[in-house]
Design a protein around this ligand. Structure first.
Ligand code: KG4
Ligand code: ZN
Length: 330
């Protein structure tokens, strides 16, 4: 079976071709540079970009997969959640294509697709159900329990204000290091622990002790707004040379990851689950991956995360989940 996937939920216009679970092509065109000067995604700009580029991106995906439209058996498209105008651009395109080619179309949940990206990794060890799933992106910070079907993700906790990726983007804006904030904060944070940073002549500074917001002890929800405000007040009226930006980036990152790691472990312990699947743009962060790897190894949990290109928004994850949904296997 050959499946075309279409993803346009936010600022990435993406198309991918999958044949029986194997990725033949995965093309992403991002409007991120158009949003940079605003420090966040402007919905109207994102949807116009999708309308302009979706056809080209799809043709590129078919070409890379060395197929034509007539080779397609089915289409999967991101149905929700996402920016309404952006979703509409992808869904209208996919519907028109499925109608004109006379092939089935399936709508896919974007968050489930982020977790499904783990199944697209070649030779990955098999995932056992139930698992704890964490989707950590610019739009979402959700912890799920999946009992055995991707159609049936039970939500345990979510953010009450900013998503984690969104907080990275906003803190990067406060630090004046550009957009998207996640990769930039990660880069600055790395320098804080780099040996050159602490070589003779520089005094090694301790991290800033930013607050960890756990909310009440039984909650799996998140809140990032207090931490974001703490960074804002810390930076206000302070000189921020690059070394200080590195220090704040490291300290912010650790404050976020302490809470995230603790909530994932708490979910596993409470429901006696030993499998953890991660997905979403923030999971591309190497420090987060290393920290979760360590904690899961200690506790004997199996941890799965996709390669960075399948963590951020892409259409391969949509095509992959669409393929199984159309087979009604999950
Ligand atoms: O999954 P994604 O591409 O789009 C959404 O569904 O939101 O996630 C984008 C988010 C952005 O907020 C970006 O700053 C964050 O993921 N991100 C990262 C990293 N790479 C992307 N956050 C932390 N560290 C990274 N390396
Ligand atoms: Zn996403």
């Amino acid at each position: 079976m050959v499946t075309l996937g279409i993803e346009t939920s936010c600022d990435e216009t993406a198309a991918a071709v999958i044949r029986n679970g194997r990725i033949l092509s995965n093309i992403v065109s991002s409007s991120v540079s158009l949003h940079e000067k605003y420090g966040g995604v402007i919905p109207e700009i994102a949807s116009r970009f999708h309308i302009e580029y979706i056809s080209q991106v799809t043709k590129k995906a078919l070409k890379k997969a060395r197929i034509t439209f007539s080779d397609l058996d089915q289409i999967a498209v991101t149905e929700a959640p996402g920016l309404p105008g952006s979703l509409l651009a992808g869904k209208s395109f996919a519907k028109a294509l499925s109608y004109s080619l006379g092939i089935p179309l399936v709508g896919v949940n974007h968050l489930a697709a982020h977790l499904y990206a783990n199944f697209l990794v070649k030779n990955s060890p098999s995932v056992q159900y139930p698992f704890v799933g964490a989707v950590v992106s610019g739009g979402h910070t959700n912890i799920f329990i999946c009992e055995g079907s991707f159609n049936d993700l039970a939500i345990l906790g979510r953010t009450r204000d900013d998503a984690i990726g969104e907080a990275f983007d906003k803190v990067a804006k406060i630090l004046g290091i550009g957009y998207p904030g996640g990769p930039r904060i990660e880069k600055y944070a790395k320098r804080f622990t780099h040996p050159l940073h602490t070589r003779a002549g520089f005094t090694k500074k301790s991290p800033v002790n930013f607050p960890r917001t756990y909310l009440d002890k039984d909650s799996f929800d998140f809140s990032l707004s207090g931490l974001k405000t703490a960074v804002l007040y810390y930076v206000k009226n302070r000189k921020m040379p690059r070394r200080e930006i590195s220090r704040v980036s490291w300290s912010f990152q650790e404050a976020v990851f302490d809470v995230l790691a603790e909530k994932i472990v708490k979910a596993c312990k409470k429901f006696r689950i030993k499998e953890v699947l991660l997905g979403g743009g923030v999971i591309a962060n190497m420090r987060l991956r290393a920290r979760l790897k360590l904690v899961c190894k200690k506790l004997g949990y199996k941890l799965f995360y996709p390669p960075p290109a399948l963590c951020v928004d892409n259409a391969a994850m949509v095509a992959g989940l669409g393929e199984v949904l159309l087979k009604k296997e999950v």
